[in-house]
Design a protein around this ligand. Structure first.
Ligand code: ADE
Ligand code: ZN
Length: 352
């Protein structure tokens, strides 16, 4: 074995990671509460005098072994309960934004769950104020642009979602859209038809988690009843050929989250992940991290893990980054500028 062959596997791995690291990209499926790293969680808990049910950062990490979405959500809501002051929300968002900047994320569309905080007596304004200040800082410091999407918790009722939408109207300039998250099974999109109608009539765009643990019918309902412009996850679409054909024809983006799907047992392992099949069938897919502090990786880790397990090549990776800007809510000129930046980065990594 000569030096070249001996080095090949290691070099191939670094090549993928290096290529992904240099690709400008957008992240479109990211829960800010899911970026709460245990060390920051402990620091904020201490300054707020809140006790966590864990003795150490290591104990928190050890608890991150999930058997289902609900199993994860129980821990995720417990972690978010230490967030109280505007500065806490700022620090949480700022930590994510600096990390995203290091991953060449140029634009991010961030979910937050207002009800997780307002139910504990934290004012809506505190949450939006802290996150919003971090978003402004990131645009000023890094040129990292953003949109904010407020999610309704689907395990709560539609009346609670209406109250949340009312509270959001005082912050209309900060909020670009509404989403639907939390426990999917048993909580179909149809439950939120009227509140989504009101949100859309107020000029907000709509997205919804659908087909993560739930059936393809939930994806159909999200499209037809909630009139969403993107589907978050959408894995279950592959169980219904007519639905796939519709999603392809209408060019509906799917915000896919590979490491999340592995950690929440939506798929058995990364080799079984449907991302490559989705691309091959012409679906408009993007790669995202969902809740990176809980699922073992940020957005670039998701690209790399999927590429290595599924044999994605450079053209697939560029296509995924291209889709991320195309599916974003950037305006036309900003989108064109980001895509040109992506083309230049891809060309620089592939010298002729
Ligand atoms: N909230 C945070 N992460 C979520 C996920 N993966 N599915 C549904 N709700 C969530
Ligand atoms: Zn999600």
């Amino acid at each position: 074995m000569n030096d070249r062959t001996a080095n090949r596997p290691a070099r191939a791995a670094t090549d993928v990671a290096g290529f992904v690291a240099a690709l400008p990209k957008a992240e479109l499926h990211l829960h800010i509460e899911g970026t709460f790293e245990p060390d920051l969680m402990f620091a904020i808990a201490e300054r707020n005098g809140v006790r966590l049910p864990y003795a150490s950062v290591e104990e928190v990490r050890a608890a991150y072994s999930f058997s289902s979405l609900q199993d994860f959500l129980d821990i995720y809501y417990a972690g978010a309960s230490v967030l109280i002051e505007e500065q806490d929300f700022h620090d949480l968002a700022w930590a994510y934004l600096t990390r995203a900047h290091a991953d060449a994320v140029r634009h991010v569309e961030i979910f937050f769950d207002p009800q997780t905080h307002t139910a504990r007596g934290v004012p809506f304004a505190t949450v939006v104020g802290g996150i919003g200040r971090a978003l402004d800082d990131a645009e000023a410091r890094f040129g990292l642009t953003s949109r904010l999407i407020m999610c309704f918790l689907r395990h709560l009722d539609e009346a609670a979602a209406f109250d949340t939408l009312d509270a959001a109207m005082d912050h209309r300039d900060r909020i670009a859209g509404v989403g639907l998250d939390s426990s999917e099974r048993g909580h179909p999109p149809s439950k939120f038809r009227e509140v989504f109608r009101r949100a859309r009539s107020a000029g907000l765009r709509a997205v919804a988690h659908a087909g993560e643990e739930g059936p393809p019918e939930y994806i159909r309902e999200a499209l037809d009843l909630l009139e969403v412009v993107r589907i978050d996850h959408g894995n279950a679409a592959l169980e219904d050929d007519d639905l796939v054909a519709d999603l392809v024809r209408r060019r509906v983006p799917l915000t896919v989250c590979p490491l999340s799907n592995v950690r929440l047992r939506v798929v058995d392992d990364m080799a079984a992940h449907p991302l490559k099949r989705m691309l091959d069938r012409g679906l408009f897919v993007t790669v995202n991290s969902d809740d990176p502090a809980y699922f073992g990786g940020y957005v670039n880790d998701n690209y790399v893990a999927a590429a290595e397990a599924l044999g994605l090549d450079r053209s697939h990776l560029v296509q995924l980054a291209r889709n991320s800007f195309d599916a974003s809510w950037l305006d036309g000129p900003a989108k064109a500028a980001r895509l040109a930046e992506l083309d230049a980065a891809a060309a620089a990594s592939n010298p002729k």
